[in-house]
Design a protein around this ligand. Structure first.
Ligand code: FE2
Ligand code: FE2
Length: 314
């Protein structure tokens, strides 16, 4: 089929646009993008968009169109080539920013987002021009033999990058897209349901973020083992503990932050009840420290349990 070359290239465009949308969603995440998403995108954009797709056009399509009199300077091919160059330059900046972010320079996120937006906008507008204008024109101009030669050329360029180049990058694209579609199940819960679930847990929760600022506590306005009011929100955790315990608090938080410790637990007697207090480091899916969760539980009744009671027994 003489127009198959164009469907091959259009498939590249549509795969890349899905990747761009997934990465845009990832960058919008209030908690910051997943590092694996950024590195997968970096590998896809450098290995496929720049080194494969653009090269296929530049080596096998544009020269034939030029031979048919489509002007390079001041014409559509010049615009396409200039945009390839612009996208390459932006990608170079993006790769640098991604590497800095992945290496812990969170301050690069604002620039990373804006550079990605420029890159995505450029590619989308470029793909529209090619898909809707340049390729239809080329389909009219190229003979059947030439069209077949373009397709052969596209496949050759891919095979020079490895036997399974196309399948490999399509799989990488799917991984990126799936990463963003596979949200945590709790994302499907309305906020008020999630809040009610947390308030129904038989434990009291308090959460301080990665900067040690109190952000949340459960069971507000309910009878609590450790009563808390909204005034605690926004305070540094160090302000909520007596000075003599600060050294210990800071030590635990430091151990959580650097992964040396997975739990810190204490138990006290209070009003004839046994109170179990545990602290856990909270990490996201890629292991980044998000903060510390305090879990307080009255375990008096649990300690008193004897024998068994099974669901199917009366
Ligand atoms: Fe292009
Ligand atoms: Fe293209």
């Amino acid at each position: 089929m003489s127009s198959e070359w164009s469907w091959h290239l259009i498939e590249d465009h549509s795969t890349t646009e899905r990747v761009l949308d997934a990465v845009a969603r990832g960058l919008d995440d209030p908690g910051g993008p997943q590092l694996v998403l950024l590195t997968a995108f970096r590998d896809y954009a450098t290995g496929f968009v720049d080194a494969c797709h653009n090269q296929k056009e530049e080596r096998h399509l544009f020269p034939l169109l030029e031979a048919h009199g489509v002007p390079r300077e001041g014409g559509p091919l010049g615009v396409m080539l200039a945009e390839h160059e612009q996208s390459k330059a932006l990608l170079g900046q993006l790769v640098g920013l991604i590497d800095q972010y992945v290496n812990g320079q969170a301050s690069t996120l604002v620039e990373l987002r804006s550079t990605f937006e420029q890159y995505a906008a450029l590619l989308k507008s470029h793909y529209w021009k090619e898909t809707d204008v340049l390729y239809p024109m080329a389909r009219r101009i190229l003979s059947e033999t030439e069209a077949d030669a373009v397709l052969t050329g596209l496949r050759e360029t891919e095979s020079k990058l490895g036997a399974d180049t196309r399948a490999r990058f399509q799989a990488l694209a799917e991984t990126i897209v799936n990463m963003m579609e596979l949200e945590d199940l709790s994302a499907g819960l309305p906020k008020e349901v999630l809040a009610a679930v947390l308030n129904t847990l038989p434990v009291e929760l308090s959460f301080v973020d990665a900067e040690d600022t109190v952000r949340y506590f459960s069971h507000e306005n309910q009878h609590k083992i450790f009563p808390r009011t909204r005034g605690a929100i926004g305070l540094k955790v160090q302000q909520c503990h007596p000075p003599h315990s600060l050294y210990k608090v800071n030590q635990i938080l430091a151990d959580f932050r650097n992964g040396r410790r997975q739990v810190a637990e204490f138990w006290i007697d209070q009003g004839g009840r046994k109170i179990h207090i545990r602290y856990f480091p909270v990490r996201d899916a890629r292991g980044r420290y998000l903060g510390c969760l305090e879990v307080v539980q009255d375990i008096t009744a649990i300690q008193a349990l004897q024998g068994e009671r099974r669901l199917l027994e009366d």
